[in-house]
Write a protein that binds this ligand. Structure first.
Ligand code: CU1
Length: 530
């Protein structure tokens, strides 16, 4: 167990101890939290290119009215898989990568609590990803029912629908394994003195996220299992002709689905709460209120689900309940935004790339929050339901929210992860191009939605042409800008200026101040916890 931190990754090449696996076997058998963190991040990055390309196919088709690039059925397959892969294959695995890399370092644990389950939790992911992508090429075509998998559409399709259900089961199993690991690690393996209320906020947000996952992923698994039996074993859970109820699927799905959107965004709150204090050179304002706000958001997320279903025909009392409970979430979210602003207030701020993305997060996520409040109002939502207004809303939350926080976190910790500084100049190019093009893409969608353009159609009426053309131009600039990001990451991995011990001037916390030897271990040599 005497491997030196800096040389741990080369141990196999030295012909070192007990013939550690090298090459592909090293990655297949690794139980080291840093290796597994990297695997998650690479998987998320590759799937980001896949699902991002699908978005560009969508935007190419919508560049002009009339069909020009793909047929409507393939268009629907693209919107469905773009959503499924971005949620389950990009943002969730990226956060799992951050959790694996950072949580042990931040709380002073030698590794995750269950290193072998950690390995398994990652390696089922590529199987699910492959199932989703291969399903596109199956007889009968790919899944075209939307990422929410609503019946009756989702009961009718071919084999690709069964493959998608299987993929969702696998993804769920992976999430459950990851969550059990994260909760156990945080509750049992903190260094002496690291009390719960001293934990870095990123650790807090992931602890709460892990509870959300454990509470909701089995609900999703139940929903898709009922779809599976409706499809293959003649049950009629969601078939009105057999006494079932298709709307029941929506209730079950969104009981998972709304907490799921907080699963995607809570770790983002955590990352931004690490970055802003560093570059404002002030401690986080309102730490305890941040923890309580995160917990409040998580609890409230369980009682708002039917705000996705205002048009299914609900009693007025239910509409009022889901409207008011949804609006209530603005309170703890507002607490967070005010705390981030107060942290920056009178700080001696500098604007390196991680800070730029974090400040953009605070501004643009807040736009997504406000349009969420608009959507929450029942009478307004009945008007804008299934229009591009909703598409604009959730892309502000997920692109300039979750994705920007992931990018900010990658820039922030890349020196820690690779040992090299990234190229600040290219980082700034990446930031400005992404931020400007993100707004060019998604802001016009508010106008399209208010004017009545429905989502999930390959074509549209002539009066929507201008804003669609603008959105498509923005999308292609955004897509191209992400190639800069890829280049910056590859450059930092391959070399560049050595990162110093204290990478960021204002950074505090265990992860920056305590040396963190990477335990070299695999299935053959399990970690020894002293
Ligand atoms: Cu929701």
């Amino acid at each position: 167990m005497a491997h030196d931190a800096a040389h741990a990754h080369d141990a196999g090449d030295h012909g070192g101890h007990h013939g550690h696996p090298t090459g592909i076997m090293r990655w297949l058998t690794t139980t080291n939290h840093k290796d597994i963190g990297s695997l998650y991040l690479w998987f998320a990055g590759i799937m980001f290119l896949v699902a991002g390309s699908m978005a560009l196919i969508i935007r190419a088709e919508l560049f002009q009215p009339g069909l020009q690039v793909v047929n409507p059925d393939f268009f629907n397959q693209m919107t469905t898989l773009h959503g499924l892969i971005m949620v389950f294959g990009v943002i969730m695995p990226a956060w799992a990568g951050f959790a694996n890399w950072q949580i042990p370092l931040m709380i002073g644990a030698p590794d995750m609590a269950f290193p072998r389950m950690n390995n398994w939790g990652f390696w089922v992911l590529p199987v699910a990803g492959a199932l989703l992508i291969i399903s596109l090429f199956m007889p009968g075509g790919g899944v075209a029912g939307g990422w929410t998998m609503y019946p009756p559409l989702f009961i009718q399709g071919g084999i690709s629908y069964d493959m998608t259900i299987f993929a969702v089961h696998i993804l769920g199993a992976s999430s459950i394994m990851g969550s059990i690991n994260i909760i156990t690690t945080i509750l049992n393996m903190r260094a002496p003195g690291m009390t719960l209320m001293k934990m870095p906020l990123f650790v807090w947000t992931w602890l709460i996220t892990a509870y959300l996952l454990i509470a909701t992923v089995p609900v999703l698994a139940g929903a898709v299992t009922m779809l599976l039996t409706d499809r293959n074993f003649d049950t009629h859970f969601f078939n009105a002709a057999g006494g079932g109820d298709p709307v029941m699927f929506q209730h079950i799905f969104w009981f998972f689905g709304h907490p799921e959107v907080y699963i995607l965004i809570l770790p983002a709150f955590g990352v931004v709460s690490q970055i802003i204090p560093t570059f404002a050179r002030k401690p986080l304002f309102g730490y305890a209120s941040m923890v309580y706000a995160t917990a409040s958001i998580a609890i409230l997320s369980f009682i708002v689900w039917a705000h996705h279903m205002f048009t299914v025909g609900m009693p007025a009392a239910a509409q009022l309940f889901f409207m008011y409970s949804t609006m209530l979430i603005a309170v703890p979210t507002g607490v967070k935004v005010f705390n981030w602003v107060a942290t920056m207030w009178k700080g001696s701020m500098t604007f390196e790339t991680p800070m730029l993305f974090s400040v953009a997060f605070v501004c643009l996520f807040t736009i997504g929050g406000f349009s969420g409040l608009v959507c929450a109002m029942t009478p307004v939502d009945i008007q804008i339901h299934d229009t591009y207004y909703v598409v604009a809303h959730f892309h502000y939350v997920l692109v300039s929210g979750a994705l920007f926080a992931i990018i900010a976190g990658v820039y922030y910790w890349l020196p820690k992860w690779t040992g090299h500084m990234y190229d600040e100049k290219l980082g700034k190019w990446h930031f400005w191009l992404s931020t400007i093009s993100m707004n060019i893409t998604f802001f016009p969608m508010h106008f399209l939605g208010l004017a009545g353009m429905p989502r999930r159609y390959a074509d549209y009426a002539l009066q929507f042409a201008e804003f669609n053309a603008i959105a498509s131009v923005g999308a292609f600039i955004f897509g191209a800008s992400q190639l800069i990001f890829l280049w910056v990451i590859l450059k930092a991995i391959r070399g560049g200026n050595k990162a110093t011990d204290q990478v960021w001037e204002g950074a505090e916390g265990l992860e920056w101040t305590v040396p963190s030897p990477a335990p070299y271990h695999t299935f053959e040599t399990a970690p020894v916890v002293k």
